[in-house]
Design a protein around this ligand. Structure first.
Ligand SMILES: *[C@@H]1O[C@H](CO)[C@@H](O)[C@H](O)[C@H]1NC(C)=O
Ligand SMILES: *[C@@H]1O[C@H](CO)[C@@H](O)[C@H](O)[C@H]1NC(C)=O
Ligand SMILES: *[C@@H]1O[C@H](CO)[C@@H](O)[C@H](O)[C@H]1NC(C)=O
Ligand SMILES: *[C@@H]1O[C@H](CO)[C@@H](O)[C@H](O)[C@H]1NC(C)=O
Ligand SMILES: *[C@@H]1O[C@H](CO)[C@@H](O)[C@H](O)[C@H]1NC(C)=O
Ligand SMILES: *[C@@H]1O[C@H](CO)[C@@H](O)[C@H](O)[C@H]1NC(C)=O
Ligand SMILES: *[C@@H]1O[C@H](CO)[C@@H](O)[C@H](O)[C@H]1NC(C)=O
Length: 312
């Protein structure tokens, strides 16, 4: 009977604390209180890990609170922080960090906007990169990625040109098969006493944007180019299609769509340049940036020059 009562009490404490306080598992001893729009806050209970008779106190907001059990109400920034439990000698026993997540309007979030994280891949090798805007200094970012039931390895986020970026490598992505599970990413943001998280779900094929085509050449009969170096080596498994623009003088470009080999016939005489972009042939993902040739020398002039050279 006593045992049952004790169990019930434990359960109540659990339910109570689970309501709006949760354990941020990526950081030791760190908890988040969700503050809703109504902003009533949350009653928080912590227990110092010592046997019952031990004399201890909690240090919270600069005040000593005697006893093992700490009860406090968390509503605003001032209520959050690092609560520490000490022996009467002052020796530190334990600590609990409490952060606030104000579930506020999209534009008032630490990282504002509807979809503040962008992810991109250049091929199907399993490497991808995610970026987001730098908000201010001294903000801690923790980035996680998963596919199905396994964790994808990512580097630590680093600052680059007013943005943060993180590189990940899904080393188990089956390059030759269909992707069957989404990649889920999760970004935790900690700014002093504030916490929020952002997530994104995608397939690699949805975020793949090839590098621009390379080695654009104009020969006497054709225009040629090559697959970008970073595209998968096995081109027959991962073919690209191309769009080509041919520009003569100041005229608007002549647009050719959906070319499935890296070449096309050269246009008739005259000065021109051409640009090519690429995309996965079988999947409607992003087109690459354009890659452009220099202006050619008109064919007849070239021919004359060569004749002159031969004479000389
Ligand atoms: C909280 O305080 C403990 C004890 O002083 C310390 O070890 C820990 O790093 C602090 N954590 C934060 C986030 O301030
Ligand atoms: C993960 O999922 C795959 C496919 O659904 C399954 O074969 C594998 O056993 C799972 N692994 C673990 C550790 O759960
Ligand atoms: C992928 O990387 C993880 C972590 O580095 C490692 O444990 C796992 O064995 C790797 N899998 C393959 C197929 O290389
Ligand atoms: C992200 O934040 C929300 C709101 O605080 C929380 O309910 C959720 O558990 C968090 N997600 C993870 C994976 O920590
Ligand atoms: C795929 O792209 C990554 C960069 O995202 C690059 O490091 C890698 O070499 C590319 N893979 C192949 C097979 O070229
Ligand atoms: C190519 O042509 C299309 C359609 O006319 C145009 O939208 C695009 O801007 C052109 N791009 C380049 C690099 O010329
Ligand atoms: C391909 O994607 C573009 C832009 O996202 C969209 O406008 C177009 O309708 C899509 N086409 C197909 C066949 O899904």
């Amino acid at each position: 009977m006593e045992y049952l009562k004790f169990g019930l009490l434990l359960l109540m404490v659990r339910v109570n604390t689970l309501y709006g306080l949760w354990d941020l598992s990526v950081l030791k001893n760190t908890y988040v209180v969700d503050i809703s729009e109504s902003g009533e806050g949350e009653n928080v209970i912590f227990e110092c890990p010592v046997v019952e008779e031990t004399k201890v106190y909690w240090l919270i907001k600069g005040n000593q609170r005697p006893g093992r059990i700490l009860r406090t109400h968390v509503m605003e920034d001032i209520d959050a922080g690092n609560f520490t439990c000490h022996r009467l000698t002052g020796e530190l026993i334990d600590y609990k960090v409490v952060l606030l997540n104000t579930l506020s309007h999209l534009n008032q979030r630490l990282l504002p906007g509807k979809q503040p994280i962008q992810c991109e891949a250049q091929n199907y090798s399993g490497h991808f990169k995610c970026t987001w805007k730098r908000i201010k200094k001294h903000v801690q970012y923790i980035f996680e990625a998963q596919r199905g039931n396994y964790t994808i390895t990512c580097e630590k986020p680093s600052e680059n040109n007013r943005k943060y970026e993180v590189n990940c490598h899904d080393n188990e992505s089956c390059q030759y098969g269909e992707e069957s599970h989404n990649i889920n990413i999760l970004l935790h943001i900690l700014d002093e006493k504030r916490y929020e998280n952002h997530s994104l779900t995608f397939m690699l094929r949805d975020i793949t944007k090839p590098d621009p085509p390379a080695e654009l050449k104009i020969s006497s009969t054709s225009l040629t180019w090559s697959y970008p170096k970073t595209w998968c080596n096995v081109h027959s498994f991962f073919p690209l299609i191309f769009n080509v623009n041919i520009t003569k003088g100041n005229k608007s470009p002549e647009h050719h769509q959906g070319i499935d080999v890296p070449e096309m016939p050269r246009p008739p005489n005259g000065k021109f340049s051409f640009c090519v972009q690429a995309r996965d042939m079988y999947y409607n993902s992003s087109w690459s940036e354009w890659s452009c040739s220099k202006h050619n020398k008109p064919r007849n002039k070239q021919a004359k020059k060569q004749k002159k050279k031969k004479k000389a």
